[in-house]
Design a protein around this ligand. Structure first.
Ligand SMILES: Nc1ncnc2c1ncn2[C@@H]1O[C@H](COP(=O)(O)OP(=O)(O)OP(=O)(O)O)[C@@H](O)[C@H]1O
Length: 459
C-alpha cells in the first residue's frame, strides 16, 4: 500500500509535490512527503505491534489469573472443609473473618441443647496375636463405624443440625441446637408460664426429637455394619445417653482449635451413657418429658444412681424392629411384640386404664392434647457393598439375646435392677398377668406408624 502510494507520489502526480516551498525548505517535497509517509507507516506499525503484544500479554495474564483464582478458591474450599471438620460451620465463618483479633475468645451460651454420648460396647476385637496388627484392625473397624456415623450427620430431614463434637475413646459425642441464630417460635397459648414456654417449646421438643432420631439411626447403622461385616469379631453394640438443657460452648486453643461444650446437660448425657445399657437409649427426666410431649413412648427405668445428683429418674427410649421411635398410642402393640416383655418396667398409658407407665406428666409441664411426632427415621442409613447381604427380613432383633447379654452387665449402681428383680419375682412372668394388663389397652393393629411428618411443622 505504502509502495503504491509512493509510486503515485513519485511518478504519476510528481507535479503536485514540486511547488510547495513553505513546508519543504531545502528539501524536495516528494522526499519529505515520502519520509512523512514512511514515518507514519513505521509509527502505525509500531503501535500495532505494541498493541498486539499488550493484548497477548493481557490474555496470558488473564489465563494465569483465572488459574490462580481457581487454585485459591480450591484452597479456600479445602481450608473451609478442614475447618468445618473441626469446628461447626457457623464458628468457621467467625474464624475466617480476617478482621477478627487472633487472641479473641470464642464463646456461646445456649438455653437448650440436646446432647448425646454414644459408647461402642461389646467389642472383642483382639483377634490377632501381633499387637501391631491388632491395633490396625481395631483402628480400621473404628474408622469404618465412625465414618458411617459421620455420614448420618449429613442426612436427616430435620432443619436442626446434629453437630459432632468429638470422639473420646470409643464414645461418639454429638449435640443438636448449637445454632446461634435460632429463633424460638412462641405458641404461648399452650403454656402456663414463661418457664414452661422456655422448656417445653416446639423448638426444644424438635431438638430432643432430632437427637433421639439420630441416636436411633446410629443404632440401625451399627446393626447394618455388624451384619455386613465378615470380620472375626463379635458384633459391636451402642449404649446411648441423651440429655438436654443449658450448655456453654466455645473454642479452645488457637493453633489447634477444638470446639467443645460444657454444662450440666453435657455431664448428665455422659452419665446417661455410662449408667445405661448396651443397645438402649437412656434419657433424663426432662428429656423424657419433652419426648412425651411429642407423643413418643418412653419407658420409666427407675431411679438410677448418678455421681453428683445421686438417685435420679431415668427413662429408656424404646425402638421398634426397624429402629423407629414408637408412638405412645402404639405402646400396647410394642409390648405385645416383645419377646421378653418381662424385662420392661411397668408402663402406664394416660389414654387407657392400663396400669403401666410412660414418662409421667410432670407438674413442670402443661399437658398438651396435640401429639408431636416424627414416626419414621429420616436419617439415610448408609448401605454399601459390605452390607449387600443384608435383607430386611433378617433385621428382626433377637431381643432375648440382647437382653440376655445385658443381664451380664454390671449395673450395681442401678436401683431399678432390684426393682426389676422384685417385679419378676412377684409376677413370675411366664404368667399372663402382665400380658393381660398390657393388652387390655391394646390399640387397633391397623394403626401402624407410617407417614413421616416434617419436624418443623409439627414441633
Ligand atoms: N465436654 C466434655 N467432653 C467429654 N466429656 C465430658 C464433657 N463434659 C463433661 N464430660 C463428662 O461428663 C461426666 C460427668 O462430669 P462431671 O463434671 O459431673 O463429673 P466428674 O466428677 O468430673 O466425673 P468423673 O470423675 O466421673 O470423670 C464426666 O465423666 C466427664 O468426662
Amino acid at each position: 500500500m505504502t509502495t503504491f502510494y509512493l509510486w503515485v507520489v513519485w511518478d504519476l502526480k510528481s507535479s503536485l509535490f514540486s511547488i510547495d516551498l513553505t513546508w519543504n525548505v531545502g528539501l524536495d517535497s516528494r522526499i519529505s512527503h515520502t519520509l512523512s509517509v514512511v514515518f507514519i507507516t513505521v509509527t502505525l506499525y509500531w503501535i500495532d505491534r505494541t498493541t498486539e503484544y499488550r493484548n497477548r500479554l493481557d490474555h496470558l495474564w488473564q489465563i494465569q489469573l483465572s488459574d490462580e483464582q481457581t487454585e485459591a478458591e480450591t484452597m479456600l474450599r479445602v481450608n473451609n472443609m478442614l475447618l468445618e471438620n473441626i469446628l461447626p460451620a457457623h464458628v468457621v465463618q467467625v474464624y475466617l473473618d480476617l478482621n477478627r483479633p487472633i487472641d479473641e475468645l470464642y464463646y456461646e451460651k445456649y438455653e437448650n441443647v440436646a446432647v448425646m454420648f454414644a459408647s461402642l460396647t461389646d467389642y472383642k476385637l483382639g483377634v490377632e496375636d501381633d499387637s501391631d496388627l491388632s491395633d490396625k484392625f481395631v483402628l480400621r473397624i473404628l474408622d469404618e463405624v465412625i465414618s458411617d456415623f459421620d455420614r448420618l450427620l449429613l442426612t436427616g430431614a430435620s432443619i436442626y443440625k446434629v453437630e459432632k463434637i468429638k470422639m473420646a475413646d470409643w464414645t461418639y459425642m454429638a449435640a443438636c441446637g448449637l445454632d446461634p441464630n435460632r429463633r424460638e417460635s412462641m405458641d404461648s397459648s399452650t403454656f402456663e408460664s414463661s418457664a414452661d414456654r422456655r422448656q417445653n417449646s416446639p423448638y426444644n421438643r424438635a431438638l430432643v426429637l432430632t437427637m433421639v432420631e439420630f441416636a436411633a439411626a446410629m443404632m440401625k447403622q451399627l446393626k447394618n455394619f455388624n451384619r455386613g461385616s465378615f470380620q472375626s469379631f463379635e458384633g459391636l453394640n451402642l449404649r446411648i445417653g441423651i440429655s438436654n438443657g443449658e450448655v456453654a460452648a466455645g473454642v479452645v486453643g488457637s493453633l489447634k482449635p477444638l470446639y467443645d461444650i460444657w454444662g450440666n446437660a453435657v455431664n448428665m448425657a455422659s452419665r446417661m451413657d455410662s449408667t445405661g445399657e448396651a443397645g438402649r437409649i437412656q434419657v433424663t427426666e426432662n428429656t423424657a418429658l419433652l419426648l412425651d410431649s411429642c407423643g413418643v413412648l418412653t419407658l420409666y427405668r427407675g431411679e438410677t444412681f448418678v455421681k453428683g445428683p445421686g438417685y435420679i429418674k431415668t427413662y429408656f427410649v424404646p425402638l421398634d424392629e426397624n429402629f423407629n421411635l414408637i408412638k405412645k398410642e402404639q405402646s400396647s402393640e410394642y409390648y405385645n411384640s416383645l419377646a421378653d416383655r418381662k424385662r420392661y418396667y411397668s408402663v402406664r398409658d394416660d389414654s387407657s386404664d392400663v396400669s403401666y407407665e410412660t414418662a409421667p406428666k410432670s407438674t413442670q409441664f402443661t399437658a398438651h392434647d396435640r401429639n408431636y411426632f416424627v414416626p419414621k427415621s429420616t436419617y439415610n442409613v448408609y448401605h454399601n457393598d459390605r452390607y449387600s447381604d443384608s435383607s430386611d427380613d433378617e433385621t428382626q432383633v433377637d431381643e432375648t439375646e440382647v437382653h440376655e447379654a445385658q443381664d451380664d452387665d454390671t449395673r450395681s449402681n442401678d436401683r431399678s435392677v432390684l426393682d426389676e428383680e422384685v417385679f419378676e419375682e412377684d409376677c413370675d412372668l411366664s404368667d399372663d398377668c402382665t400380658l393381660s394388663t398390657i393388652t387390655s389397652g391394646s390399640t387397633n393393629s391397623s394403626d401402624t406408624i407410617s407417614e413421616p411428618i416434617v419436624l418443623e411443622t409439627k414441633c
